[in-house]
Design a protein around this ligand. Sequence first.
Ligand code: ZN
Length: 186
Amino acid sequence: MYYCEKCHSVYDENSCLSCGIEQLRKVRDDDFCFLTTVSENFGKMIIECFKNEGINYAIIPVGDGVRSKFALTLGNYQIYVQYNKFNKAKDIFEFLTENNSTEKLKEKILANVDKWHFENERAKKRVIKKLKLTQDNDLIECIKEKVEQAQSVEDVGLMVDNEHGILVKTDDVILWFSSISFKINL
Ligand SMILES: [Zn+2]
């Protein structure tokens, strides 16, 4: 197996699929390899498990321009683990993801951004006000942030119109999404 020092990725062949560098060197047991990018909260949970399993890891907090625009903290972690424990770390990560309903629901909500909508203008204005935005151009981006950073996302069961309510709790706001139509409410 070969290792790209720039991308921290491992390949069968000696060229990097992501940056194109050729003649990669052989991977060493202690090389840190990119595992995944996850939310800060989920990242903390994964790291706890890695510690218990004796897996050496490295994390890099990452964000994007939007985060600094809203003066929020960096919300995600990139996680790297040493090559000799990479498969074990991957198994743990997959197990935790499968059993973490918050992460699954976040994925579901974020995968349906194109369906997000509000009951009416008043409902939309309420959300804008609650999020302390001065105008609505940033609204969707801001809600995306909130979902990504939420500490908990729960399915609270059947609501009106045969839809389930998905409750998204962050530090400062609670949002509701309808499970099928993706209507947003406070
Ligand atoms: Zn590369």
